[in-house]
Design a protein around this ligand. Structure first.
Ligand code: ATP
Length: 462
């Protein structure tokens, strides 16, 4: 039998009046990491060979969810806008790009080695002891080497000969693809500032201290947009994009209490930036960056103009106006953000006296939007199950789940964040009605088979 409707609070446990059952801190982190492995979101890479430090493979549910995170970004940044166009630039490119961008000269982290425990740490991340001396974050020793710079770009060789002339780098960010294609895009798409170029894809950094699960990895996915504006308008657009990006995280379910915008102090600003703000999330170990929003001025276009000898600027033929646009860059990490969404969504509560874990993900971010559950494996239920799946699959990702008791199946779907379960029972064969059950409230309603797809679409939203 489908489980009885249970009336429960839908409030977040950390909201006033909610039952404070959700784990916090390390327990929350462990619960999420454990769930990711157990339910096929994220596996250690090449686990059968013992893995490779801080490298991960996205399993079936992780691949679905990561795609959803990127789609959600794409929807907001490209699809829903008139003024942003997409780009998909190469990962391997001319190394002169990295010379011009400053990555070859300055993309370095200062490093120290601990002479006691031999762990390596970033010099700019060390805490100090009572006398102000930096201490090793691993063993507390103050016996540290001098800081040394380390270039974070992965170097490789293009073609069969491994010499200086064939050196290339894996891109450490996607942004430069937008700058070097500025004129191509602007002229082919007939754009006038303000307009943006958006791109998502893999980036690679030989991070010294990867860790905290997929928070910091050497291979990761970025979602970046370069918004080219008339110079005088850049402060206004910087404020605009800070607001837009904060509202994106809210739209997809990060609660206000777990989100903050932190403006950089002047001394913290990069050499090219006239203003930077980080969107930060309350990770179990403290606030961490999800996205950096920077006013990069005309630094990048000017640098590439100088190095390439090709003028990168906006010229308005009608008015004769000519200038180098300034750039506002919202640069986010897809993999890191997916982790934030998982942490924000993880919850534990009780249903009908039984403890459950539930991912209260935004329906569009959940790996599956709908699970269709025939009450039994009897062949009579199969055609209607197929019919519902076919209708829903035109719009969303669905799972057919037909093993074990219906209660077990609901728990399984709750744990992976499936917002809606549709149960097909023997009455459905006569009345063409099915039970739809809501992940968060566990409330159930009976609706017509012919309405399932539109019901789902409305509930899932965008
Ligand atoms: P951090 O200070 O954490 O190293 P950053 O300021 O160098 O990050 P940006 O260059 O601004 O990061 O990159 C934009 C976004 O890309 C970051 O906000 C983050 O979400 C993501 N990102 C950067 N480095 C990594 C990494 N090693 N692993 C996963 N995501 C990353």
């Amino acid at each position: 039998m489908p489980e009885q409707p249970v009336s429960e609070t839908t409030e977040r446990p950390d909201a006033p009046g909610g039952a404070a059952e959700r784990p916090t801190g390390t327990a929350l982190f462990d619960a999420v990491v454990n769930l990711c492995k157990r339910r096929g979101f994220v596996f250690p890479s090449a686990e059968i060979y013992g893995g490779i430090r801080s490298t991960y493979d996205y399993g079936p549910l992780g691949a679905l969810m990561l795609r959803n995170v990127k789609d959600a970004w794409w929807r907001a940044m490209v699809q829903e806008r008139d003024d942003v166009v997409p780009l998909d630039a190469a990962i391997l490119t001319n190394p002169k790009v990295w010379e011009a961008s400053g990555h070859l000269a300055t993309f370095t982290d200062p490093l120290v080695d601990c002479r006691s425990c031999h762990e390596r740490s970033r010099a700019d991340h060390l805490e100090s002891d009572a006398s102000g001396r930096p201490v090793c974050p691993h063993c507390g020793s103050i016996d540290l080497t001098e800081a040394r710079p380390f270039n974070l770009m992965f170097k490789t060789f293009v073609g069969p000969v491994e010499d200086e002339a064939s050196v290339a780098y894996l891109r450490p960010e996607t942004a430069q693809g937008m700058f070097v294609n500025f004129s191509n895009v602007q002229t082919t798409m007939r754009r006038k500032p303000p307009f943006g170029i958006a791109q998502l894809g893999r980036s690679f950094r030989n991070e010294i201290t990867p860790g905290n699960f997929v928070f910091r990895t050497r291979e990761f996915e970025q979602m970046e947009m370069e918004y080219f504006v008339p110079p005088a308008e850049s402060p206004t657009w910087f404020a605009y994009w800070c607001e837009q990006r904060m509202s994106w995280y809210r739209r997809y379910g990060i609660p206000e209490t777990m989100l903050q915008l932190r403006h950089h102090e002047t001394e913290e600003l990069s050499h090219y930036s006239s203003g930077t703000a980080d969107v930060e999330f309350a990770f179990p170990w403290g606030w961490g960056e999800l996205e950096g929003i920077a006013n990069r001025t005309d630094f990048d276009l000017k640098a590439h103009s100088e190095h390439s000898g090709v003028r990168l600027e906006y010229f308005d033929q009608a008015s004769g106006e000519r200038y180098v646009p300034h750039v506002i860059e919202p640069a986010a990490g897809a993999t890191r953000t997916m982790m934030a969404f998982l942490i924000a969504a993880y919850d534990e509560d009780e249903v009908a006296g039984e403890r459950r874990s539930v991912l209260r993900l935004h329906p569009r971010l959940a790996p599956y939007q709908v699970a269709v559950l025939p009450l039994s494996k009897k062949p009579e239920l199969a055609p209607l199950t197929d019919e519902i799946l076919a209708a829903c699959r035109r719009h969303v990702v669905c799972e057919r789940d037909e093993t074990q008791s219906i209660g077990r199946r609901y728990r399984r779907q709750d744990e992976i964040g499936t917002p809606l379960c549709v149960t097909v029972d023997f009455d459905s064969l006569n009345d063409r009605r099915v039970t739809v059950r809501d992940r968060d409230t566990t409330a159930q309603e009976r609706i017509a088979v012919d309405d399932v797809a539109s019901y789902v679409l409305e509930r899932v939203g965008n």
